[in-house]
Design a protein around this ligand. Structure first.
Ligand code: AMP
Length: 277
């Protein structure tokens, strides 16, 4: 497994990989969710590259950039075991050298949901993913459904900017009790960790209503809110029942739909979602 930091090192390493290359972009502190993307990439490509970069430009001023969990040694062992060929660990200076002033912005669909709560977040994401795509030049890139709006925005951007890259979106990997795996789960204390299953429980409750025939989006949102409100340690930030493609809130559920939410446990903010087909 080749491990590179500088852009010139990355380019030479990339030039040795002749064939289909799958890229898995991450912020590190890897878990089974990330590894599931690596496995999918390995199954579909000749080579797999993983980037590890805690991207400062996608964190807001009051977010957890400084204390975002990091453990590069552990990550590298996991990636080696998973059979990854190339790991790129750029520093902020490599990604954003002094004088940097070019940004990539996707418009409408970055405004609701995460975009409304985290101003500037998607501008940071789309800019860094553009830079990863240009530097690594993968055949396919792998993203998790865990970050549903991010996956939708990246798909849009890839099409809008004519990147010759296939975007593959992989299912959410969960803990046995339903909690979606996330690097941020380690912030939770034992009580919060138990309470955090409320995201899965509320999504499941709304899905159950949907399966019983409920198509009123407001009633599905209300159901999710009700279950979250029953958990004293949970502070709801938003719940949404939106069109899967445009991410606009719905009145009636007719086509493919995204149920999603953000919930705080103390200072830890967790997100989760279900897709209704
Ligand atoms: P992150 O390191 O949090 O930026 O995540 C890197 C990639 O892994 C993103 O495409 C995420 O959507 C994906 N990912 C994170 N958690 C999960 C999970 N529990 N299941 C599937 N994919 C995930």
């Amino acid at each position: 497994m080749l491990i590179v930091t500088r852009l010139d090192e990355l380019r030479s390493a990339r030039s040795l990989l002749d064939g289909k290359l799958g890229l898995v972009p991450t912020m590190g502190y890897l878990h089974e969710g990330h590894i599931s993307l690596v496995r999918r990439a390995k199954a579909e490509c000749d080579y797999v590259a993983v980037s590890i970069f805690v991207n400062p430009t996608q964190f807001g001023p009051n977010e957890d950039l400084a204390k975002y969990p990091r453990d590069l040694d552990r990550d590298l062992h996991l990636l080696e075991d998973a059979g990854v060929d190339l790991v790129w660990t750029p520093t902020p200076e490599v990604m954003y050298p002094s004088g940097f002033q070019t940004w990539v912005e996707v418009e409408e669909m970055t405004r609701p949901l995460e975009g409304a709560q985290r101003p500037g977040h998607f501008r940071g994401v789309t800019t860094v993913v553009t830079k990863l795509f240009n530097a690594v030049q993968p055949t396919k890139a792998y993203f998790g459904q865990k970050d549903a709006q991010q996956a939708a925005v990246i798909r849009r951007m890839t099409e809008d900017l004519n990147f010759p890259i296939e975007i593959v979106v992989c299912p959410i990997v969960r803990e046995p009790d339903g909690l979606a795996m996330s690097s941020r789960n380690i912030y939770l204390d034992a009580h919060q960790r138990k309470a955090a299953t409320v995201l899965y429980r509320s999504l499941s409750a709304a899905k159950e209503e949907y399966e019983k025939g409920e198509r009123d989006a407001e009633k599905l949102r209300r159901k999710m809110k009700e279950v979250i409100a029953s958990e004293p340690l949970a502070q709801m930030q938003y719940v949404s029942c939106a069109d899967y493609d445009t991410l606009q809130e719905l009145e009636k559920v007719t086509g493919k739909t995204l149920l999603s939410m953000a919930v705080f446990f103390g200072k830890t903010r967790l997100i989760d979602n279900f897709v209704l087909e």
